[in-house]
Design a binder for this molecule. Structure first.
Ligand code: NAD
Length: 385
């Protein structure tokens, strides 16, 4: 492989990346990228490895460059040793499914704040660079959400565009436990930022805006608990695979921007390989062009799923459910999430490429190929039992 050059034309040394949460959705795509397109080495840490099993099989050209360590970072003394061996630490580990935020708020806060503290401390103490995964949820609600619905100001980007260095973080009251996740992520961001300011920690903070693609979460009853509630892509995929209407929480009026995982991973690789441009920055990583309401997403996914699976269009594509019924007490939501892209464009020259239609088409083709037979078997089993 020819030597890789960074954005400033300098040769990139082979790096040892300690990736915590490597067995999850984003981790699995980042591991693929690092194995297939670079010569970097990965110390992959997680409690699960199913999503990267294909990379861990012996005999691959990259086999010597990836090592899996089954470590729960809550209580495993091997963590500091693995961090000491690395050049850069990428921390992805978290509980990050909205259904958990209000039903398991303690686990959510411990996972997103308390459990991340030793990682930050070991990086500071051992002078290691940290790329920490936060979330776009730290912005909470937009300023515009407090304006009357007919206010002309709602069209002014100043009231909705989310800027890393200017926008406030606006959460709901404490009894709306949904905000436990966003608040824990915000506090760990502040801790990392302070470690940078007071103790010279080299850090980059990533705020993903709805990254989606293959291997996101699980299909309940097939490769995850039957009662589990994954994030929206897997919830809607489950409904489509089962041939049932897609459940729209509170009418599906929230607006979201979706970015294809493969585009987003390009941005993470740029951060890994360009420390001088990425250090001390917080980056929004999303696709402002791909904005839809959740209802529009449901209808588009239905149309594309019918195309890729050959199923007929359903007569009733969606049903409304209340957030209390779907998520339980204490749920709340952010209205709209459009990332400002100025900082990531300026520092890393990154732009997402994939349209919403294209990213849904490739993702739903994967969902159909991977799961449709298993879902049909599950349905016929439940009919006979
Ligand atoms: P994921 O749930 O698929 O992956 C997280 C991984 O961390 C899982 O494999 C899990 O087993 C592991 N993990 C959790 N706790 C651990 C522990 N104590 N010890 C070891 N491993 C542990 O989630 P993802 O979508 O890949 O997200 C990764 C990160 O990005 C998270 O921090 C999340 O908050 C953030 N994020 C993702 C999105 C997105 O669009 N996917 C959006 C916002 C934020």
């Amino acid at each position: 492989m020819a030597a890789r050059l960074n954005l400033d034309g300098e040769e990139i040394n082979h790096l040892k990346v300690c990736m915590i949460g490597a067995g999850g959705f984003i981790g699995s795509h980042l591991c693929e990228k690092l194995m297939w397109e670079t010569e970097h080495t990965v110390l992959a840490i997680d409690v699960y490895s199913d999503k990267i099993q294909h990379l861990l099989e012996p005999g691959n050209p990259w086999s010597k460059r990836i090592e899996f360590h089954k470590v729960n970072i809550k209580h495993d003394s091997r963590l500091e040793g693995l961090i000491k061996l690395s050049d850069v630490v990428v921390n992805l580990a978290a509980i990050c499914t909205p259904a958990d935020y209000n039903t398991r708020p303690l686990d959510t806060i411990y996972s997103n704040f308390i459990d991340a503290i030793p990682v930050v401390r070991y990086c500071t103490d051992n002078n290691k660079r940290l790329i920490h995964f936060s979330t776009c949820e730290v912005y909470g609600k937009t300023i515009g959400s407090f304006l009357p619905q007919d206010s002309p100001l709602l069209k002014d980007p100043a009231y909705y565009l989310l800027k890393e260095d200017q926008s406030p973080c606006i959460f709901g009251p404490i009894e709306k436990q949904r905000w436990s996740y966003a608040c824990a992520k915000q506090l760990i961001e502040r801790l990392i930022y302070a470690e940078g300011a007071e103790n010279d920690l080299q850090f980059t903070i990533v705020r993903p805006f709805n990254w989606i693609g293959p291997r996101m979460d699980f299909i309940p009853g097939v490769d995850g608990p039957s009662e589990g509630v994954p994030r929206v892509l897997a919830c809607f995929s489950t409904n489509l695979l089962k041939g049932e209407p897609l459940k729209l929480v509170d009418g599906g009026k929230s607006q979201r921007t979706f970015v294809y995982i493969k585009d987003a991973i390009e941005a993470v690789l740029l951060m890994i390989e360009n420390p001088d441009r990425a250090n001390s920055h917080i980056f929004n990583v999303g696709n402002p062009e791909n904005e839809v309401t959740v209802k529009e997403l449901a209808l588009l996914m239905t149309e594309i799923y019918c195309k890729v699976s050959g199923e007929l269009k359903p007569e009733i594509p969606t049903v409304d459910v209340s957030s209390k019924e779907f998520y339980g007490e204490g749920y709340d939501d952010s209205d709209k999430r459009i990332p400002d892209m100025t900082i990531i464009k300026r520092q890393l020259g990154w732009n997402p490429k994939t349209s919403l239609y294209d990213l849904l088409e490739s993702t739903l083709t994967y969902q159909h190929t991977t799961y449709s037979r298993a879902v049909k078997q599950m349905i016929s089993k439940s009919h006979t039992s």
